[in-house]
Design a protein around this ligand. Structure first.
Ligand code: SF4
Length: 669
């Protein structure tokens, strides 16, 4: 038996960025496990990634280049084609376009790796002068909120949550989407900490917390202002920390004083006592003896006011001085810590040679494909499945169905997007290629070694873009860099690459309590509170009463536990656990519509109609339905998914989508 162990890193869009241990037997991966010796992985992977061999050796893997032979409005039919033929044809089609800005790259976090992400792809787009992509679909509202407030996406160390005495888990179903943080939170709980979950949905995480506060979607900023009101009214402020380290306090203080608990309760759909109790738990404590920590996550910023909501929540530790303790403060994303260690020239921006191609926002790709002027004439999709994940999918589908749009998709499977491609190019999985990773949950960098050779004719993204560059006649030596060379170029000299290759990870040098004495990454080192305010939803009973009369239910679309965005939906063992697409509804809302548990229902609004199975469940609060996502459309009940009803309006900061700012009605289908 020929058996070996290979060290890897999980590539998925998850803050945990686990260190993996891959067991290969006779050149086939038989097991993927978490590395016990990696401090942030604790030897455990989530259920999804534990099934990685099943995903890699899936019978439906795309293992050969495919060329479309049907119309885009017909059932998709493809025929195999050689790599040489596919690349020659793609290169000829792209070169024939008169304006390179009409070539649209489209990619996101299907892999978070720096090498198989944008390292070689970015070089190609820069050399061509292709359109740029504003990568906003997940995190840019919160990222912009943190950037305005603290200068970057910075926060506490995940591991220090274990030492907190109060943990507020705000907009995060950690058990599903941040498992290794949950391990630390659980440790704190065992040692006496109180855990409070703030989330419109009663999640699996809320089940395990001491208290759940079910706010209406998009009202988190109002709750944060209400907490500030109570901190001020009760004198639970660290005025010394505020004076030394916060700009704009007088302005913020005046705003907060307008949000008494009764006003907050009416806006957020909770009780005034919940506001007062939460403020007392958070504010009435000795910061050094009993630190309070907030784990904020991206769900709550997927509304019109998401950027400002993040600002307001993120400022709370400044008011109480919680930052003084390593186990106090907040964490949304740690990715700002690794930014100084990354090579800003990896994608070779110099190849643009002064050109400034247009920027297209990935969150409005539906409108862009239908309305951009000049039109998008070619789109190259990699590490993403926009037909499933982008908002307002009726428009996205229509855009991708354009017969005059030349579409190339690099993929592992025939996703909803691949089904609408002219060419599908087989890409390797994480087990078949080399990569390096940073994390937005912890502060280590990791290396992923290939465990087995590429399956079939699959190639790493880097190799596909290398060969495409050659086919297009690009001769810059940078297109000959190997993946090993790209890995060596990915970081600054501060990262010990030899140690990274051997151990599999390297920690970054970050202070234990980084803001104990201020020192934020803003120009003057002070937190910026000026301008932060509550911004109400685009769609709600308060802002659009006429619309709410027709569509009275707010809908959020958090991820199903066994899927990661749209990844893993086609892994049968995981899909079997999920069963079928469901919409969770509170019993009172179901009774008012005479809908029974298990009924086939449609959530609809003026944009579209999404069919799912109704689950009457206490996980939904009155007035809010939860459409768990993100199912592939073709694996759904009627060829749609939850993005059938979401819209393309953007957040207050960061130009991000407002997925959870959405009104619907639900009826029997
Ligand atoms: S998805 Fe997250 S929890 Fe699961 S293995 Fe990857 S990094 Fe770890």
């Amino acid at each position: 038996m020929n058996t070996r162990t290979v060290f890897g890193a999980c590539p998925h869009d998850c803050p945990d960025t686990c260190a993996m241990q891959v067991t290969v037997e006779n050149e086939r991966v038989i097991k993927v496990q978490g590395r016990a010796e990696h401090p942030n992985t604790h030897g455990a992977l989530c259920t999804k990634v534990s099934r990685y061999p099943e995903r890699t050796y899936h019978a439906e893997r795309v293992l050969h280049p495919l060329k479309r032979v049907s119309k885009k409005t017909e059932a998709p039919r493809f025929e195999p084609v050689s790599w040489a033929q596919a690349l020659a044809d793609i290169a000829a089609r792209l070169k024939a376009l008169p304006d390179p800005q009409c070539i649209q790259p489209y990619s996101y976090a299907g892999t978070m790796g720096l090498i198989q992400g944008e390292a070689m792809a970015g070089r190609l787009w820069n050399a061509l002068g292709a359109a740029r992509l504003d990568r906003t679909i997940c995190a840019s509202a919160g990222g912009a909120g943190l950037a305005v407030t603290y200068g970057h996406k910075l926060g506490m160390h995940t591991r220090h949550f274990a030492g907190a005495k109060l943990i507020v888990i705000w907009g995060s179903n950690s058990i599903t989407s941040n498992l290794h943080f949950w391990t630390y939170a659980n440790q704190a709980k065992r040692e006496g900490a109180k855990l409070i979950c703030i989330d419109p949905r009663k999640t699996e995480t809320a089940d395990k917390c001491h208290q759940h506060i079910a706010v209406l979607p998009g009202t988190d900023g109002a709750l944060a202002l209400g907490l500030m009101h109570e901190l001020i009214a009760n004198g639970w402020l660290d005025q010394d920390y505020i004076d030394r380290h916060v700009d704009g306090w007088d302005e913020l203080r005046a705003k907060a004083l307008a949000w008494d608990p009764e006003r907050v309760a009416a806006t957020c759909g909770i009780t005034a006592d919940e506001v007062r109790g939460l403020a007392r738990d958070y504010g009435d404590r000795d910061v050094m003896a009993a630190p309070a920590a907030i784990r904020l996550n991206y769900g709550m910023q997927r509304v019109r006011g998401g950027g400002n909501a993040v600002r307001l929540v993120a400022l709370l530790p400044c008011l109480t001085g919680a930052w003084r303790h390593a186990s106090g403060g907040m964490l949304l994303s740690a990715s700002g810590w690794n930014a100084p260690f990354k090579n800003p020239d990896l994608e070779r921006p110099d190849l643009l040679a002064g050109r400034q191609p247009r920027m297209v926002n990935m969150s409005t790709i539906g409108d862009a494909l239908l309305q951009a002027d000049p039109p998008i004439q070619a789109i190259v999709v990699y590490n993403s499945n926009p037909v499933a994940v982008a908002p307002e999918s009726p428009k996205v589908v229509k855009g991708f169905q354009r017969e005059d749009l030349f579409t190339v998709v690099l993929e592992h499977f025939m996703t909803d997007t691949a089904d609408l491609a002219d060419y599908v190019l087989p890409a390797t999985t994480q087990l078949e290629h080399l990569d390096v990773h940073t994390s937005y949950g912890h502060t280590d960098v990791l290396m992923n070694h290939p465990a087995v050779a590429p399956l079939g004719e699959a190639k790493p993204n880097t190799q596909i873009f290398r060969e495409l560059a050659a086919a297009m006649g690009l001769t810059d030596p940078c297109f000959s860099d190997t993946d090993e060379q790209l890995a060596d170029q990915a970081f600054t000299a501060d990262i010990d690459m030899a140690a990274l290759r051997t151990q599999g990870w390297q920690p970054l040098p970050i202070a234990e309590a980084p803001f104990a004495n201020g020192g934020f990454r803003t120009p003057n080192g002070r937190a910026q509170a000026g301008g932060a305010d509550f911004v109400p939803n685009y769609e709600s009973a308060q802002t659009t009463p006429a619309l709410a009369a027709r569509y009275p239910l707010a809908m959020i679309s958090p991820p199903a536990r066994n899927f990661l965005n749209s990844s893993f939906v086609n892994v049968k063992s995981l899909r079997d656990i999920e069963g079928e697409p469901i919409i969770e509804m509170h019993a009172a809302d179901a009774a008012a519509r005479q809908l029974a548990d298990g009924a086939r229902v449609a959530a609809f609004n003026d944009r579209g109609r999404y069919v799912a199975t109704l689950k009457v469940s206490p996980r939904a609060r009155p007035g809010v339905v939860n459409g768990l996502g993100v199912w592939w459309r073709k694996l759904g009940l009627d060829g749609t998914n939850v993005n059938e009803v979401t819209h393309q309006q953007l957040t207050d900061l960061g130009n991000a989508p407002a997925f959870y700012d959405c009104l619907v009605e639900v009826e029997a289908a």
